[in-house]
Design a protein around this ligand. Structure first.
Ligand code: F6P
Length: 341
């Protein structure tokens, strides 16, 4: 059996661990693997690379994806690109395709399964942790830890200058990343898209911080945080049409600076949250996901996508319903808010 692997959408630490696990399990079963380069773009262009078990063996702790990734949507130009995808898969002699991605990349896979019964198995991936498929997506734990490490550094300079520092995190239009990282660092306030910005509440909380023994404050803001009935600031749009949000952190910092009359600074962590080596948690989860995906392929259980409930990996039909995104569970936010002054 010749198995193709494709990584699409925003990259994250753990992708190479998935690749390593799939290649090892398929190879042990006597099959071979080939990598599709740069997400769906590689199947449109017909660009591949061999995947050798010995080559990928050391990659468990390496961030990013050996195959490259992109936000390419063949259904944006369906008459030309969808036939190319099918033809290139055929000409490459690929019997099964493991697609690792978020709702956009897997959404393309679901359409190809629905339209042409393509032999695909999906693996959920996102640092945003916003997929209904998985209680936790690999990449998320690593991104949370990147924020934690950054905030621990920012705290010492905030203390030295008696300042408020606003830290803008990724997360697209959910607050999972901001909320978990905010709780982990003991942030004095956390803003998430799921809870409209309440400036008086924020300012009052920070005034109480200032009135306490603490001489500084850390505010963690998700890039998608917004005012009631308003959209977050947008930088531009990307291939799947999602607006790339960003800039809310600076707006919040300005409000705090003016209303609290305290020196306030903003740090946008951006793609730091997507980079570097995966944590042990994500290496283990990604490895287990890769092995499970290979099993589905070897048993020819195509048109499926992996799920994670607790520590249990299972699978469901790969269709649009399975790929629903989910907002932050506000129970987590309430726990973080227990520490807002
Ligand atoms: O979906 C992952 C993510 O990192 C989001 O959190 C972020 O808004 C977006 O991707 C950034 O996209 P790009 O890497 O294309 O700038």
């Amino acid at each position: 059996m010749k198995v193709g692997l494709l990584t699409g959408g925003g990259d994250c630490p753990g992708l190479n661990a998935v690749i390593r696990a799939v290649v090892r399990r398929v190879s042990d079963a006597g099959g071979t693997c080939v990598g599709v380069l740069e997400g769906w773009r590689g199947l449109i262009r017909g660009t591949f690379r061999p995947l050798d078990p010995r080559e990928v063996e050391p990659l468990i702790g390496r961030g990013g994806t050996l195959l490259g990734s992109s936000r390419t949507n063949p259904y944006k130009n369906p008459d030309a690109d969808v036939p190319r995808v099918r033809q290139n898969l055929l000409e490459a002699g690929i019997d099964a395709l493991v697609v690792v991605g978020g709702d956009d990349t897997l959404g393309v896979a679901a359409r190809l399964v629905n339209d042409f019964q393509m032999p695909i198995v999906g693996v959920p991936k996102t640092i945003d942790n916003d997929l209904m498929l998985a209680d936790f997506s690999f990449g998320f734990d690593t991104a949370v830890n990147v924020v934690v490490e950054a905030v621990e550094r920012l705290r010492t300079t905030a203390e030295s200058h008696r300042r408020v520092i606003v830290v803008e995190t990724m997360g697209r239009n959910t607050g999972w990343l901001a909320c978990f990282a905010g709780m982990a660092v003991g942030a004095d306030y956390v803003l998430v898209p799921e809870v409209p910005i309440d400036v008086p509440h924020l300012v009052a909380a920070l005034k109480r911080v200032r009135g306490s023994a603490k001489n500084h404050a850390i505010v963690v803001v998700a890039e998608g945080a917004r005012y009631l009935d308003a959209d977050p600031p947008v930088l531009d749009a990307e291939a799947f049409g999602h607006p790339r949000t960003g800039g809310i952190g600076a707006l919040i910092a300005d409000v705090i600076d003016r209303q609290l009359r305290v020196e306030t600074r903003t740090v946008v962590l951006g793609h730091l949250q997507r980079g570097g080596a995966p944590t042990a948690h994500d290496r283990v989860l990604a490895t287990r996901m890769g092995l499970a995906a290979a099993e589905l392929v070897l048993r020819r259980r195509f048109g499926t996508v992996l799920t994670l409930r607790g520590s249990q990996i299972a699978d469901v039909p790969l269709d649009s319903a399975a790929l629903a995104t989910r907002s932050l569970d506000l129970a987590f936010y309430q726990d973080a808010a227990a520490f807002f002054y």
